[in-house]
Design a protein around this ligand. Structure first.
Ligand code: FES
Length: 306
């Protein structure tokens, strides 16, 4: 999928530290369709590539709505959005992509931590009232984006940590029918806490760096790039992506941490050793595709469709 330029049409303050952006086609054309849970890959003016969930209305093809939390200690992307991007800035984007689709279910529980609310917002809006509830935790009420539009809806519980502590996951999850689809997005601690407590259908999206198991770096292996016609040695301590980039400089990648899915590559032969948080267990077991930024090889040789 090629990159397309979109123009920032408006910038608003959604909450303390959260900037809302509307992106539109510069010619006024309709934007590509999307479904709740989808995200956009955005190339910032500095060249950094980041992924942001779409949090607007999928029926509105005139603009994509994003909500970006300023993270001063982050990798710089959110800081750039907050300081160097404004109305009229043109950003190159790819997508939308959806790795967090809303599956059909009788009932849903949404659990959001902080800016993790963004992908859940369009999901909630697409469902009939009474079929879902939302537990939304944040540092303080002022830091919780979209709290006003959410508090007008039935089934929403806002839990600002400074006055109400942490969300009562034990209490909420214990009372749910076992077939409830639980959707969770937020910081790692929240995802882990939900994972530990819920045995039913669970769908999670991680924001920022996921604690993927890092490649051990032990033992090198050979990689054949079938379309390029080159075979390379991946040395211990070097990533497959870095090695591939030497001969395929345009290979797609973004997070380099195994969570965004940009570097997904078809495996033609060999057995990949997965270290990402993108693929499901079945996809990992099938071994037909892998994230080359963190993945390695179980055997001496891998053949990739590159
Ligand atoms: Fe993000 Fe590999 S670059 S998963």
């Amino acid at each position: 999928m090629t990159r397309v330029p979109l123009i920032v049409g408006s910038v608003v303050r959604e909450a303390e530290g959260v900037r809302g952006l509307l992106l539109a086609d510069p010619t006024g054309a309709d934007l590509a369709p999307w479904e709740p849970g989808a995200h956009l890959e955005v190339t910032l003016p500095s060249g950094a590539v980041r992924h942001y969930s779409l949090c607007g209305d999928p029926a509105d093809r005139t603009a994509y709505r994003l909500g970006v939390l300023r993270e001063p200690g982050g990798r710089g992307g959110s800081e750039e959005i907050h300081t160097s991007v404004g109305e009229g800035t043109v950003l190159e984007v790819r997508g939308p992509f959806n790795r967090f689709p809303l599956v059909p279910a009788e009932r849903y529980l949404f659990v959001a931590g902080g800016i993790g609310i963004t992908p859940l917002l369009p999901m909630i809006r697409s469902l009939p009232p009474g079929s879902w509830s939302l537990l939304y935790g944040g540092r303080s009420l002022a830091s919780m984006a979209y709290r006003e539009e959410l508090s007008a809806l039935p089934g929403v519980t806002l839990v600002p940590q400074d006055t109400a502590g942490l969300p009562d996951l034990d209490g909420v999850l214990a009372g749910l029918p076992a077939d409830t689809a639980v959707y969770c997005c937020g910081p790692e601690g929240l995802l882990r806490a939900v994972e530990d407590r819920w045995a039913g259908p669970l769908h999670m999206e991680r924001f920022g760096a996921a604690p993927v198991e890092r490649p051990s770096g032990e033992g090198g292996f050979e990689v054949e790039l079938r379309r390029t016609g080159r075979t390379l040695r991946v040395e211990p301590g070097r990533t497959l992506l870095d090695t591939v980039r030497e001969v395929v400089p345009g290979v797609a990648y973004s997070c380099e941490e195994g969570w965004c899915g940009t570097c997904e590559t078809k495996v033609l032969a060999g057995t990949p050793e997965h270290h990402d948080s993108v693929l499901g267990e079945d996809e990992k077991a099938s071994g037909t595709t892998m994230m080359i930024c963190v993945g390695r090889s179980r055997g001496d040789r891998l053949v990739l469709d590159l």
